[in-house]
Design a protein around this ligand. Structure first.
Ligand code: SF4
Ligand code: SF4
Length: 476
């Protein structure tokens, strides 16, 4: 792994006073050089095309598509409800949401150990939006050479028109991104109307503006600098790599010594390897590095240099794969293993957590029942000679539809609830019920007695819950 620190070469002529020690100036800050990425076609670019447009499509659609009257993904913060793919989660389900995030993190570690930074190259939002912005740039300003010429040309109406069009389109995409992001927290149909009729609340305007600016800046201007200087994952991913991690690599043994030649020239006679030093792999690289310098933290494993080099190899009638997905062991001519302690470790942890999450999801009861004894009075005798205790019973309906629940109590002979026992609870509602239970004094065996409150949904015996409580009273 090499980090490039530009080294200023010292001209001995300017530093040649007798006896003076030569000094070497190392620049620790280098201003950014604009990268003009050349478009390339090939297998990996096609895979990226489908994965990046697919992910973009999902992002823009998921807040609009509705299931059972609720968006596919919607975080209703004021109501503390999280709608994910037709299931509503409540704060008590946070453990499951945390579990999903932990699984995502371990999944990322597992994949990185096997295939390096494929997340960065094919799915990271920064890559997705930069790809879209570059696509727009190419459509408006033309190929790499045309863009370089345009930037070097003096200002004029044509140049201005292209620049204004590009930035306007970028801002439009950035605004759509900001609006969609806020649409995951604010019903997107209402938001789209409220925003333009000035009816939305101040926070909605703030966040739409914030994400518009962030998208425009990150994907339009900062691009690879986000990966190089801001993303923590780029810095620590190397600890997950080993000699069997499959990453984009240049086959040094096959390619060197590099050098230009005619197509019909003999490599053997010239004493050259397969690399014709055309620089195509550098021109297509979105982070502007040369993969021939070895594994670098700037490499996002996008494989565009593979496509570029394969095209050159085809033209030269050389076998493809001078740059390819391979492992350090394979490059050294040694066998490579998929199953190794690191993959076993991450794989086992991942399977364990997926199993625990699936079990929790399958055994999740979408109704919650609590019974809290009123602390004001211990108990009282009513006019029928029965002992009464008062409770606050809470029923939370976590299903997607309204339910009628039948409340009952057990654990003591003669125990019964005074008053109504059937309650309609709306989807997502947390109903609070003052409840009185009476028991005959003869049925009490202790002063403190265990009782159980239960609810069952009308018409669905499998949907219900129980909770324990205490019944206090004098024994006879
Ligand atoms: S594209 Fe291939 S042949 Fe051309 S410089 Fe890069 S490695 Fe060498
Ligand atoms: S070196 Fe190749 S794989 Fe790495 S970022 Fe550049 S083009 Fe992508």
């Amino acid at each position: 792994m090499s980090s490039q620190i530009p080294v200023k070469q010292v001209d001995p002529a300017t530093d040649a006073s007798p006896g003076k020690k030569k000094t070497e100036h190392v620049e620790l800050y280098a201003s950014r050089k604009k990268i003009y990425v050349k478009a390339v076609t090939g297998l990996y670019q096609r895979i990226r095309f489908f994965s990046l447009w697919g992910l973009m499509g999902m992002y823009f659609l998921f807040c609009w598509v509705q299931v059972g009257g609720e968006p596919l993904i919607y975080f209703n913060l004021p109501a503390r409800e999280f709608h994910l793919f037709g299931t509503t989660f409540f704060p008590k389900d946070f453990i499951m949401l945390s579990g999903m995030l932990i699984i995502a993190a371990f999944g990322l570690f597992f994949i990185t150990t096997l295939f390096g930074r494929v997340w960065c190259g094919y799915t990271c939002p920064q890559t997705v939006w930069t790809f879209i912005f570059m696509w727009v740039e190419e459509k408006v300003e033309g190929s790499r050479n045309k863009r370089i010429k345009l930037d070097q040309s003096p200002g004029g109406t044509a140049k201005m028109a292209k620049k204004v069009t590009k930035h306007a389109l970028w801002l439009l995409i950035a605004f759509a991104t900001g609006l969609t992001f806020v649409g995951y927290f604010y019903p997107v149909r209402e938001l789209s109307v409220d925003l333009f009729t000035l009816q939305a609340n101040g926070w909605a305007y703030f966040w739409v503006f914030f994400f518009t600016v962030a998208t425009y800046t990150n994907a339009g201007w900062l691009r690879e600098q986000v990966c190089l200087y801001m993303c923590p994952y780029a810095r620590f991913q190397s600890v997950m790599f080993d000699e069997d991690t499959r990453v984009v690599s240049y086959d040094y043994n096959r390619g060197e010594p590099r050098g230009g030649r005619r197509k019909d020239a003999s490599k053997a006679e010239l004493g050259l390897g397969d690399c014709i030093d055309c620089g195509q792999c550098v021109q297509v690289c979105p982070t502007g590095i040369d993969i021939r310098d070895g594994l670098q933290y700037e490499c996002i494993n996008c494989a565009l240099c593979i496509d570029a080099c394969d095209e050159i190899m085809d033209k030269m009638d050389y076998p493809r794969g001078l740059i390819r997905y391979t492992t350090e062991h394979e490059l050294e001519g040694r066998p490579s293993k998929i199953l190794r302690p690191r993959t076993f470790g991450y794989g086992a942890a991942l399977l364990l957590m997926i199993g625990a999450l699936v079990f929790t999801l399958l055994t999740r009861v979408p109704v919650q029942l609590d019974a809290i004894r009123d602390r004001g009075a211990l108990f009282k005798m009513n006019n029928r000679g029965m002992i009464e205790n008062s409770y606050t019973v809470k029923i939370q309906n976590m299903t997607e539809v309204p339910q009628v629940f039948i409340l009952s109590v057990s654990g003591l002979d003669t125990a019964r609830i005074i008053g109504d026992t059937a309650f309609r609870v709306a989807a997502g509602e947390n109903l609070s019920l003052p409840t009185v239970v009476e028991v005959s004094p003869e049925a009490l065996t202790e002063t403190h007695n265990d009782i159980t409150f239960s609810i069952r949904a009308e018409g669905d015996a499998t949907l219900g819950a129980n909770t324990e409580s205490r019944f206090l009273g004098d024994r006879r």
